[in-house]
Design a protein around this ligand. Structure first.
Ligand SMILES: Cc1cc2nc3c(=O)[nH]c(=O)nc-3n(C[C@H](O)[C@H](O)[C@H](O)COP(=O)(O)O)c2cc1C
Length: 315
């Protein structure tokens, strides 16, 4: 199985990606969280910073673009191509209210005809036709209902994309309910493009259930599962599919590197603690016996106190 690291805005920053890539294996590609070019404005410097090659040295990283205007998408592709990227990902999954209300991310899925025109423009652009950059798509199965999925698949099937990454929830699910394996099975049946599955593969047993049903799929994108256990992909690659195995020492070294890097690049203790707390929201379930400590970690506003809790947690 090939594993991709999902983009997670605010979480999988270049600092996170670098630390993960240094301490753990098993990941073929890291997807950067979306950059969103404004109409005719290009990409902001703040957004571009995360994808600058010098911040991502030696990491196989794919930038992601979110827009509903083909001109802006193509312009962003040119910027990324100038930075040296040969593969870019298009976001059709983001469920956030502010994004969806602008008809972007999973909001764009509610307008299949417009989406079709958008893709027609993009895939007819000489840069894409000549494969100077290749495009993959990350999509949900619809905006409001899984019934939208067959039409969306019909559209996707017309374009020579590198890969179609499917998170088979609809926007209205946000992260509730379960990804529809039925919709994914429909894609497997009719797809003319290579498919990647994404959604709720959190531990070895879920991985095993997936491969039992979809033995023909050779790529999975992991998000919250690998934030929770950064060793997940590597363990599975090594044939260890036990539920929650991990090496505490390595986890600590990875964690300490993250905090050192965030401390160096962010101003003040609070933003650093905010970043770490976002991670602990996912990682804490690896330490089920430490619930009381979790509450303390989430409450503290002091880095020295936080470090003390880490000594306790990893002891
Ligand atoms: C906090 C957070 C931020 C996310 N940011 C992005 C993003 O920038 N681009 C994107 O395509 N998906 C984003 N996602 C969705 C994930 O990439 C992934 O599709 C989702 O978490 C389902 O996979 P999982 O069940 O393996 O976590 C985000 C998800 C979360 C929870």
């Amino acid at each position: 199985m090939r594993f991709y690291f999902a983009p997670m805005e605010g979480i999988t920053t270049y600092i996170y990606r670098n630390a993960h890539h240094k301490h753990y294996g098993g990941i073929e590609k890291y997807y950067a969280p979306f950059v969103s070019p404004g109409p005719d404005q290009g990409i902001s410097m703040k957004e571009a910073k995360d994808v600058l090659p010098e911040k991502n040295q030696g990491i196989p990283m794919i930038p992601q673009i979110m827009t509903n205007r083909s001109v802006d998408f193509i312009k962003a592709c040119q910027v990324m191509q100038n930075l040296g990227y040969k593969e870019l990902n298009f976001n059709l999954g983001c469920p956030s209210g502010t994004v969806v209300s602008k008809k972007k991310g999973s909001g764009f899925l509610a307008y299949p005809d417009e989406l079709n025109h958008f893709l027609e423009d993009v895939f007819n652009d000489p840069m894409i036709v000549n494969k100077e950059v290749e495009i993959s798509i990350k999509t949900r199965a619809g905006k409001a209902s899984q019934e939208e999925w067959p039409r969306l698949m019909e559209i996707y099937n017309q374009y020579p994309m590198k890969e179609l990454i499917i998170h088979p929830r609809v926007r209205e699910d946000f992260y509730k309910n379960t990804p529809s394996w039925e919709s994914f099975a429909h894609a497997v049946e009719i797809s003319k493009v290579p498919l990647v599955f994404n959604g709720d593969i959190f531990r070895g047993p879920e991985y095993l259930a997936f491969v039992e049903r979809f033995s023909q799929i050779d790529a999975i994108m992991l998000g919250r599962g690998i934030i929770r256990n950064p060793e997940l992909a590597e363990r599975i690659q090594n044939g260890d599919t036990a539920a929650d195995a991990f090496d505490k020492k390595r986890f600590r070294a990875f964690h300490d590197e993250l905090i050192e890097e965030y401390t160096e690049y962010m101003y003040g203790e609070k933003p650093v603690l905010y970043k770490m707390k976002e991670l602990w929201f996912y990682m804490m379930s690896m330490f089920p016996e430490k619930e009381k400590l979790y509450k303390k970690i989430m409450k503290t506003n002091r880095l020295d106190e936080y470090r003390g809790y880490m000594d306790e947690l990893f002891s």
